[in-house]
Design a protein around this ligand. Structure first.
Ligand code: SF4
Length: 336
């Protein structure tokens, strides 16, 4: 157990966690919704600071980030635990056990070792991912500070449910984020995720203002968030509040955890793609559809293929000095 950050003492031994928008109030001996922060004798502790449960070198395209250092590799790490309880979670063996009081596995790897691994494997960045990085902020913060000093970028892959204080604490160290916008219905967030929509929307706007490179992902689940109206609401929000250059990744659902619906048909993903483009988004991508032409980046000005991909593999990049190599117009993103 290590002392946690971002919390405050309340009366009668209670502690309030200020890390995410649940703002849990923890009685003595109790843990918060995530199951990895606990009140011991009036002080808040984290149970995962010394427990990295997953560590891999990934293509950055797997996060997914398509406009941030394409074709680079990123050292990806995560602990167990999450502040959401998505019934369709594609990573539930990592994210959900702590909520149910099950053992938390992982090993202590120091920020120095992580930075050294990243350099050894020629990674351009470190990604805090797999479960929900908010709940292991103590690892993120220390590692990101050291990574920055060593010329590495830092990436959050997140559900976007942080408190404002949490985002502000991370602001100086994070360079890019992929944030899930899971739905545009509060009832979806409350019924299927044990979360809420509004804090996510507010955080997306804040992240954009803070200047992190931002891409969004929506996992389309048949019958739950695939109506034309909802897809239009999501695309319009991105267009109006985050800007038409914000990439939107539309991802195919596969049955997982407690939801066993059929995988999302390609025609539904294509419908979402068309809606995104019609609303005016410049960069819309389909995910979990290897070989589909919408995995490529097209120049919004001349229509030529700028980044050719197959799955997470980048086959060709035709962007020079952040501009289209064919028509020389500026392309949004960080490419060098
Ligand atoms: S991180 Fe969120 S879910 Fe976990 S204890 Fe803090 S407020 Fe609660």
């Amino acid at each position: 157990m290590h002392p946690a950050i971002l919390w405050k003492r309340l009366d009668e031994g209670l502690a309030q966690c200020e890390l995410c928008s649940h703002f849990c109030v923890l009685a003595l001996g109790k843990s918060g919704k995530c199951g990895v922060r606990v009140n011991q004798e009036g002080t808040l502790y984290t149970l995962v600071k010394d427990k990295i449960a997953a560590l891999n070198v990934d293509p950055i395209e797997k996060k997914p980030l398509f406009h941030f250092l394409p074709k680079s590799t990123t050292l990806s790490l995560g602990t167990m635990g999450c502040n959401f309880a998505c019934t369709f979670c594609q990573n539930y063996t990592l994210s959900q056990p702590p909520k149910h009081g099950r053992p938390i596995y992982g090993e202590e790897i120091s920020p120095k070792q992580l930075v050294s691994f990243a350099r050894q494997y020629n990674c351009a960045s470190i990604s805090y991912t797999y479960s929900e990085p908010t709940i292991f902020i103590e690892i993120v913060l220390e590692t990101a500070q050291l990574a920055k000093k060593n010329n590495l970028k830092n990436i959050l892959v997140t559900n976007g449910f942080q408190s404002k204080k949490c985002l502000q604490t991370l602001n100086a160290y994070i360079d890019a984020a992929n944030v899930d916008l899971k739905s545009f219905q509060e009832s979806f967030y409350s019924s299927y995720c044990d979360g809420h929509l509004k804090p996510v929307l507010n955080n997306l706007e804040l992240i954009k203002k803070m200047g992190w490179w931002l891409e969004l992902t929506t996992l389309i689940i048949p019958g739950l968030n695939d109506s034309e109206q909802e897809l239009k609401q999501i695309a319009s929000f991105i267009y109006n509040h985050l800007g038409p250059d914000t990439p939107w990744h539309i991802s195919r659902y596969h049955p997982a955890y407690k939801k066993h619906l059929p995988p999302t048909p390609t025609s539904t993903l294509e419908k979402a793609y068309t809606i995104g483009k019609e609303i005016g988004l410049n960069y819309v991508y389909l995910g979990n559809t290897p070989g589909h032409q919408t995995e490529n980046t097209f120049c919004p000005f001349c229509g030529k293929v700028l980044i050719k991909r197959y799955g997470f593999q980048v086959q060709e990049i035709r962007i020079t000095h952040n501009s289209c190599s064919f028509c020389q117009q500026k392309i949004a993103g960080i490419f060098a």
